[in-house]
Design a protein around this ligand. Structure first.
Ligand code: AMP
Length: 231
């Protein structure tokens, strides 16, 4: 089962393409933003601490992220044998911790998909989403701040993963079907997923690795761990 990290600036399309890749592969979709929003919505003490950061577009401190995310990742990976991580890791300490955790549980990431688009396009997409979904952090000032946070805290991960030879950079400033076809081709070429015999194209991808015993007859589309939103 495929184990992928989706990396993008806000508005880059990681939510959209993570959900799609999840449907294609049966791996669990784990969105750190969704998990954090669920924690905030629960009204817990932890949620109130999280909200202080997310509302202004700052990153939530790493220790809180590990506390909230790790149980979800481990449970999902156990259920499906794979994952599409959407929004995590986002800092170098998170990336290093994720790598340690991956080798400890034999769940090392196989690929990192870095989605890009011109800055004004990112801003326009997020302002458009604000109209549809009304997310608290999709105001112009907070969007600009989140982009700056991405540049300082998250962008260094691109070179880190590129140097490990597992990074694919894709522009999303084009039709989604083109992005997805290129993504599938790359995953096929690396043997991470395989087309069903006699079929090809984005609608016919199968995970390369065997499903765990007892799960072969289950539908390929797994429910995400938490509800997802476009991001
Ligand atoms: P997203 O839904 O991915 O746009 O994330 C929304 C917000 O959640 C971000 O602006 C951060 O405040 C927070 N967040 C999400 N993922 C992380 C992470 N891996 N580390 C720290 N903060 C995060």
């Amino acid at each position: 089962m495929v184990r992928v990290i989706m990396l993008s600036p806000p508005g880059g399309g990681k939510g959209t393409h993570s959900r799609w890749l999840t449907q294609q592969t049966g791996a669990a979709h784990i969105s750190s933003g969704d998990l954090l929003r669920a924690e905030v919505a629960s009204g817990s003490k932890l949620g109130r601490r999280v909200a202080a950061y997310t509302a202004r577009g700052d990153l939530v401190p790493d220790d809180l992220i590990f506390r909230i995310l790790m149980p979800a990742v481990i449970a999902a990976a156990r259920d499906t044998g794979g994952y599409v991580l959407d929004g995590f890791p986002r800092t170098m300490p998170q990336a290093l911790r994720a790598a340690e955790w991956g080798s400890e549980f034999s769940l090392t990431s196989q690929a990192v998909i870095y989605l890009t688009a011109p800055e004004e396009e990112l801003v326009n997409r997020l302002l458009d989403r604000a109209q549809r979904e009304g997310r608290e952090d999709d105001t112009l000032a907070v969007i600009r701040h989140r982009l700056a946070v991405f540049a300082s805290e998250t962008a260094p991960l691109v070179e880190y993963y590129r140097s490990r030879g597992i990074l694919l950079e894709l522009s999303t400033d084009r039709p989604e079907s083109e992005v997805q076809a290129e993504l599938l081709d790359w995953l096929h070429a690396r043997g991470l997923i395989q087309p069903v015999a006699g079929e090809s194209g984005p609608d016919h991808a199968e995970p390369a690795e065997a499903r765990p015993p007892g799960t072969r007859d289950q539908p390929r589309e797994h429910q995400p761990v938490k509800p997802t939103l476009t991001s």
